[in-house]
Design a protein around this ligand. Sequence first.
Ligand SMILES: *[C@@H]1O[C@H](CO)[C@@H](O)[C@H](O)[C@H]1NC(C)=O
Ligand SMILES: *[C@@H]1O[C@H](CO)[C@@H](O)[C@H](O)[C@H]1NC(C)=O
Length: 146
Amino acid sequence: MVQINTIAAVSALLSTAALFVSAQTNETMYPEPITIGQYGFPHGHLIVGWTPTKTTMNDVCAGTRTFIQSVQTGYYSNPLCGFPFEIDGYSNLTLQCADGTDTLASQVTAIATNGVETHVCTKLELSIFSTYCGGGASLVQQYACQ
Ligand SMILES: *[C@@H]1O[C@H](CO)[C@@H](O)[C@H](O)[C@H]1NC(C)=O
Ligand SMILES: *[C@@H]1O[C@H](CO)[C@@H](O)[C@H](O)[C@H]1NC(C)=O
């Protein structure tokens, strides 16, 4: 029993280490967390992404943000998930939704790079993660992805 437990523990440790190494050395992966949020204005909103370690919410208000989707007077520019975007020179990132890739899908769970999951997203429910941008616009953080 002791031996079996030891072997299981060692192999769990090894596979954790292997995952860690491959996640850290893969050059295609953007090695920073990404925040997904909603930039709202009177007749619609944009879903945007930014790098919270480098970009403040005021920067995002002022225009430093990656466009992912526009929703204006009920018109959706593209589906939220499966739509390629670029951030900080890393391209072909896509949001992954639990409810599919249709236009109205909205339940973001992860970000993939070239179709492979690279960031897991956590939904942020609290309104403290929001700010007023001025001019009737506001910014709300919706998902923290890392
Ligand atoms: C990085 O991940 C991608 C997607 O899984 C893979 O195609 C590529 O070979 C990996 N690169 C390295 C250096 O591990
Ligand atoms: C972008 O990612 C998709 C998978 O989501 C993949 O099929 C495609 O080859 C990638 N494009 C480039 C230029 O790497």
